[in-house]
Design a protein around this ligand. Structure first.
Ligand code: GTP
Ligand code: MG
Length: 202
């Protein structure tokens, strides 16, 4: 629907909204395309830093449920923590994304994407803590699980949990996904569907 450089330019908060956030290259755009069954809705690239604006997509635009519009926004946010961008653009990213997340009354849930191949990263931990402090609802979405072998698949989550539970009382909801294989699609769409039902239009 719209790409915005600043939170003030974003579409009006009239639909329930889900923001996809995570480090550069974690697979945000790929997951969005997997969920929507489109090959190129969100631009994918092997070059980190491809997504640089706040991108709003309207999903199920024509759909109604009991006479009430049932559409929702999916938001692709720029990746963070990419080492090769300048410090000033990293600070700018952080300001823009934080302002965006705090300014949206229609934000139902943040999808916090984490690469299942990587051990827990400081920037991710800090970002989740920032969301917790600001009472932003989020779920953890592990990406690229098709790249794990069986042993890695069995161990990546317990490793994460051990680190998380040093700082959190309990784990946020967790989703395991592969954009490549379509894994986790039904579960995430179900979450969105159930959460949409809680939205109260302004
Ligand atoms: P930025 O927009 O730069 O922040 O990146 P992004 O998080 O949107 O990542 P993107 O979806 O562009 O994917 C980055 C790379 O990872 C691409 O080469 C994708 O093909 C690959 N990738 C993403 N998801 C998966 C997955 O589930 N499995 C595999 N094998 N590769 C994936
Ligand atoms: Mg992207």
């Amino acid at each position: 629907m719209k790409s915005s450089a600043h939170p003030q330019e974003c579409p009006p908060p009239e639909r329930p909204e889900y923001a996809f956030i995570g480090r550069s290259n974690v697979g945000k755009s790929s997951l969005i395309n997997m969920l929507t069954n489109r090959n190129s809705l969100a631009k994918i690239s092997s070059t980190p830093g491809k997504t640089q604006l706040i991108n709003h997509f309207v999903i199920d635009e024509q759909r109604e449920k009991n006479g009430i519009p049932a559409s929702w926004y999916l938001v692709d946010l720029p990746g963070f923590g990419y080492a090769k961008v300048s410090k000033s653009s990293r600070v700018k990213w952080q300001r823009t994304s934080e302002q965006f997340l705090k300014s949206r009354p229609n934000l139902m849930c943040v999808m916090m994407l984490l690469d299942s191949r990587h051990s827990p990263q400081k920037v991710d931990m800090e970002f989740m803590e920032w969301m917790g402090e600001n009472q932003l609802p989020f779920v953890m979405v592990f990406t690229k699980v098709d790249k794990l072998n069986q042993a890695q698949r069995a161990s990546f989550f317990p490793d994460y949990e051990a680190v998380m539970l040093k700082r959190w009382h309990r784990m946020p909801p967790v989703y395991i996904t592969s954009a490549e294989k379509g894994e986790g699609r039904g579960e995430l769409l179900r979450l969105i569907e159930q959460t949409n039902a809680l939205f109260e239009a302004p």
